[in-house]
Design a protein around this ligand. Structure first.
Ligand SMILES: Nc1ncnc2c1ncn2[C@@H]1O[C@H](COP(=O)(O)OP(=O)(O)OP(=O)(O)O)[C@@H](O)[C@H]1O
Ligand SMILES: [Mg+2]
Length: 285
C-alpha cells in the first residue's frame, strides 16, 4: 500500500522517564524520551541491547509504568493496556491446545462473552477471523495446532490474533527475531502489505538495522546508559518497498550511518580506542 500517513499525531511520548531500582545503582531505562508517531505511520526502533527499546514499547502498550513525562494515544493519557493497542512479541505466545483459528478468535470471543455481548458481536468476530486467515495466508492451516507449524507460520497466527480486535496501533518487539533470513523477508513484505491494508500505525523494535530501514518510514535510534533517543532517520526510499531496494546506494548509506552510530553510542569505538591504547602501552619499550 502507498497511503501516506495522515500527518496527525497518534502516539505522543513527552519527556518520558523510567528508572528501575537495581544494585549497585538504579538503571535509567528511559531518560527524557520524546517521540511522536503519526496515524498510519510505520516507525522502527533500533539500538544496542539494554537501551530501553522494550521498556518504551511496553510503556506505550500500557504494560509498563513510567515515572516521568506523559504518553498520549490520540490525545488520551495511557494508564494501562487497551484494545486500541496490540502487542506482538518474538515468542509467539500462542495457546498450544487451541487450533490456529481458535487462537485468533480466542481473546475477542472472551471479550464479547465477558462484556455480556451476544451472538452478533461473536459472529462479527468470526467473520473477522476468517478474513484474517485469508489475509495472512493461514486458511489451509486453520485447524492445525501451533506445534504443527513453522516459526514463520506461528508468527503469522500471532499477528492475525493481534489484528483481530482492529487495534489502531501494533506494537511489535523483535517479532521476527527467531526466524531464518528467508522467512523474515517474506514476513517483511507481508507486514507492510497487511499494515497498509489495515491502515495500522506500527511501532516495530528490532536489532536488525536492515529490517529497520526496509520497514520503517523513520528509524528511531536509541542509545544506552541512560536509555534515550539518540537520533531519528528519515528513510529515503519509495513508500512501496521492494527487496531490490536493499541494494540501492541510499539504503546502503543509511545502513552504514546507523550502524556506525549504534557502535558509537554503545561505546564500541571507545572500547576499541582503549584497547589500542592499552596494546600500544604494552608494546612500548
Ligand atoms: N524489570 C526490570 N528490572 C530492572 N531492570 C530492568 C527491568 N527491565 C529492564 N531493565 C533494565 O532496563 C534497561 C532497558 O531494558 P530494555 O529491556 O528496555 O532494553 P532493550 O533495548 O529492549 O534491550 P534488548 O535489545 O536486549 O532487548 C536495561 O538495562 C535492563 O537491564
Ligand atoms: Mg528488548
Amino acid at each position: 500500500m502507498t497511503d501516506a500517513p495522515s500527518g496527525r499525531a497518534l502516539v505522543q511520548c513527552c519527556a518520558v522517564g523510567k528508572t528501575f531500582p537495581a544494585r549497585p545503582a538504579p538503571v535509567v531505562a528511559l531518560d527524557d524520551v520524546d517521540l511522536t508517531v503519526d496515524d498510519g505511520e510505520f516507525v522502527t526502533i533500533v539500538g544496542a541491547s539494554g537501551c530501553g527499546k522494550s521498556t518504551l514499547l511496553r510503556a506505550i502498550g500500557g504494560l509498563e509504568s513510567f515515572d516521568r513525562g506523559r504518553i498520549l494515544v490520540d490525545g488520551v493519557p495511557v494508564r494501562g493496556p487497551g484494545p486500541d493497542r496490540a502487542m506482538v512479541f518474538q515468542n509467539y505466545s500462542l495457546y498450544p491446545w487451541l487450533t490456529v483459528l481458535q487462537n485468533i478468535r480466542f481473546t475477542r470471543q472472551l471479550a464479547a462473552h465477558t462484556s455480556g455481548r451476544t451472538t452478533a458481536s461473536v459472529e462479527a468476530a468470526m467473520g473477522r477471523s476468517d478474513a484474517l486467515l485469508q489475509l495472512m495466508g493461514l486458511a489451509h492451516v486453520a485447524h492445525a495446532h501451533p506445534g504443527q507449524l513453522s516459526g514463520g507460520m506461528q508468527q503469522r497466527v500471532a499477528i492475525a490474533r493481534a489484528l483481530q480486535g482492529r487495534p489502531r496501533i501494533l506494537l511489535m518487539d523483535e517479532p521476527f527475531g527467531a526466524l531464518d533470513a528467508q522467512t523474515r523477508e517474506v514476513m517483511h513484505d507481508l507486514i507492510l502489505h497487511v499494515s497498509g491494508l489495515e491502515r495500522s500505525t506500527v511501532i516495530f523494535v528490532t536489532h536488525d538495522v536492515e529490517e529497520a530501514i526496509y520497514l520503517g518510514r523513520r528509524v528511531v535510534l536509541m542509545a544506552p546508559r541512560p536509555g534515550r533517543i539518540d537520533s531519528v532517520h528519515e528513510v529515503p526510499l519509495p513508500a512501496l518497498r521492494d527487496q531490490s531496494m536493499k541494494q540501492s546506494p541510499e539504503f546502503l548509506a543509511l545502513r552504514r550511518d546507523i550502524l556506525d552510530r549504534i557502535r558509537a553510542t554503545a561505546g564500541m569505538k571507545t572500547d576499541l580506542e582503549l584497547l589500542q591504547k592499552l596494546s600500544r602501552t604494552a608494546a612500548a619499550p
